[in-house]
Design a binder for this molecule. Structure first.
Ligand code: SF4
Length: 355
């Protein structure tokens, strides 16, 4: 039996600062023009040292800086954090290191410095290719800013992804098709397409917006899959083959990860036991293998490769229901996978699939 302490973990670092709050945002982030980056880095590094020790200085295949707006960080802060990771874990030589960014926060010189310090994947919050919609969403940048950052990033020879939001009030499937056709010309090899959801605790939540109905949303979802040249590999994610986000794919597949920073959560695996872990302190709670299997089932079924059939996941699945619904779900290569029509009603499938 190998030493479970040294099982590889992905690392998520949360950067909870933004220039201002967007109208739809329910993420853990605060509007803060000049955060105290030294204090931030100090706290993050303390957690990295703690978890490096606790997880036996394990291998790290991916590091993901999410937010908030990580691209607001001074490069020195990023560099300090990366050096601490390298010192306290075994960062794999081909590790994917992603920085989430917003247009208007990174010029060519700063992006070069981030790349020199290790960033090899930039995720850009484009959100819309229409200035009026950007304004409505409460974004600070213009389409021009976004296109400029995409161009700059592509010149650096790193992987580039764009985040987009669809399903705005009065938006039609034709609007979404137009956006997808534009995305096809941008040269990016990955994008995330998120349906606008209205959360009560946001400016949009208080505005009584007239949203597209469910049928229109479903038409948009289908149109995205049909129009984008990038292939859907998860409900909201599209990529050229081989350019999928390794970090997210690992987590959806059920690999352990540690969440660092206020607002981050992880699932760590120590001595044959899963734990729920919160970044801001050293406390963690046990999770049973059955509970973890259900979590893995829920995230991996959202991907086109589906869920691996292990003893734990088999225990969580109603196999009789699977056998009875071949048009919705199939088993291939020891994995359980939703069919194309199954993907459209995934939430309903999950209710029946989980025992
Ligand atoms: S930039 Fe992102 S995290 Fe920050 S407020 Fe806007 S949506 Fe929220």
């Amino acid at each position: 039996m190998h030493d479970m302490k040294s099982v590889a973990h992905n690392i998520y670092i949360h950067v909870p600062f933004c220039m201002s709050k967007c109208n739809y945002c329910a993420f853990f982030s605060h509007a803060c023009a000049s955060p105290n980056w030294d204090t931030y880095a100090e706290n993050i590094c303390k957690e990295i040292v703690y978890w490096g020790d606790r997880l036996g200085h394990c291998d790290v295949p991916t590091v993901f800086f999410g937010g908030g707006t990580p691209s607001l960080m001074p490069v020195g802060t990023f560099d300090t954090i990366m050096r601490t990771i390298r010192k306290n874990f075994k960062l794999m030589p081909d590790a994917e290191i992603t920085l989430e960014s917003n247009p208007g926060t990174l010029d060519a010189a700063r992006l070069s410095s981030f790349v020199d310090s290790g960033v090899n994947r930039l995720s850009i919050g484009v959100q819309s290719l229409d200035d009026k919609k950007l304004q409505f969403l409460g974004r600070r940048h213009s389409v021009r800013d976004a296109l400029k950052l995409i161009e700059t990033a592509l010149q650096k020879n790193i992987r580039v992804s764009g985040d987009f939001i669809y399903g705005l009030p009065h938006e039609t499937p034709d609007d979404v098709i137009r956006t997808c056709n534009q995305i096809n010309t941008l040269g990016i090899t990955h994008c995330s397409m998120y349906e606008l959801t209205i959360e009560s605790d946001t400016p949009f939540g208080k505005m009584n917006l007239e949203m597209p109905d469910n049928d229109t949303m479903a038409q948009m979802y289908i149109a995205i899959g049909d129009t984008l040249k990038l292939a859907r590999y998860e409900v909201s994610n599209y990529a050229t083959v081989g350019h999928e986000c390794v970090h997210n794919q690992n987590i959806w597949d059920g690999m352990p990860y540690v969440g660092i920073g206020n607002g981050a959560a992880g699932r760590v695996y120590v001595d044959n036991q899963w734990y729920e872990q919160r970044g801001n302190n050293a406390q963690f709670e046990k999770i049973s293998a059955d509970t973890r299997a259900v979590e893995i089932l829920i995230t991996s079924m959202r991907t086109v490769r589906g869920c691996e059939l292990t003893d734990a996941t088999k225990n969580a699945i109603d196999m009789d229901w699977v056998q009875q619904n071949p048009e919705l779900i199939k088993i291939q290569d020891n994995r359980i996978v939703a069919t194309k029509s199954g993907m459209l009603i995934l939430d309903d499938i999950m209710i029946n699939l989980i025992k």
